[in-house]
Design a protein around this ligand. Sequence first.
Ligand SMILES: C[S@@+](CC[C@H](N)C(=O)[O-])C[C@H]1O[C@@H](n2cnc3c(N)ncnc32)[C@H](O)[C@@H]1O
Length: 197
Amino acid sequence: MPTSRTRTRTDNHNPAAKLRLRRHFLDKYHCGEFFSVFDCCRGSGFLWKTLAKTYEFSYFGVDREPGKGLITVDSARLLEIADLDADVIDVDTYGSPWAHWLNLLPNVTRPVTVFLTYGLVRIVGGNIDRRTVEALGMSFPTLEAPPALVIKTSATIPLRMVALAWRHGLKVVEVAEAVNRGNARYFGVRLEPGTGG
Ligand SMILES: C[S@@+](CC[C@H](N)C(=O)[O-])C[C@H]1O[C@@H](n2cnc3c(N)ncnc32)[C@H](O)[C@@H]1O
């Protein structure tokens, strides 16, 4: 049995759960419309190739590994660009999607559906990224929460990160998680410009 440190990376541990989550949001918020997808972590492209059999959308997929995406880039940086013109943003990372999330929040000016994969491998390894810790107010200039404490609270990190949308005047219309027994959690979030809540 591989340990969390030796486990090899697989693009889609539980594709059925990922697809179920995406279909739930697409049916609810994009039903019958032609929508645009920005796939931040294209990988093999399996998810959106599969969804293209049922839904009609324009697609732009990038990856930081050469040869996987239409362009090779750290997509978290692309999300810093204002007016990103996408109805759906898919952040199906191996590890932490929160750099993407924090970069996109200030730039949401219209309704958008966001998918986030939160890999737990890094958490078991005790490595929660600094921006997440800072965003949640768990670090101070002179005092830092012990890593063990941060790790203990990690189960609550996703919802606390989602709630940061309120600080940007966004309404969190829906958050849903697809149940997965593996080493990652799969979330969908529907955001609309508005008055929080
Ligand atoms: C779980 S796989 C994605 C699987 C994909 N959704 C599919 O349908 O096959 C994760 C991919 O995200 C890419 N990735 C992770 N972080 C990234 C980033 N910051 N920018 C661009 N690509 C990233 C990895 O290189 C990897 O190919």
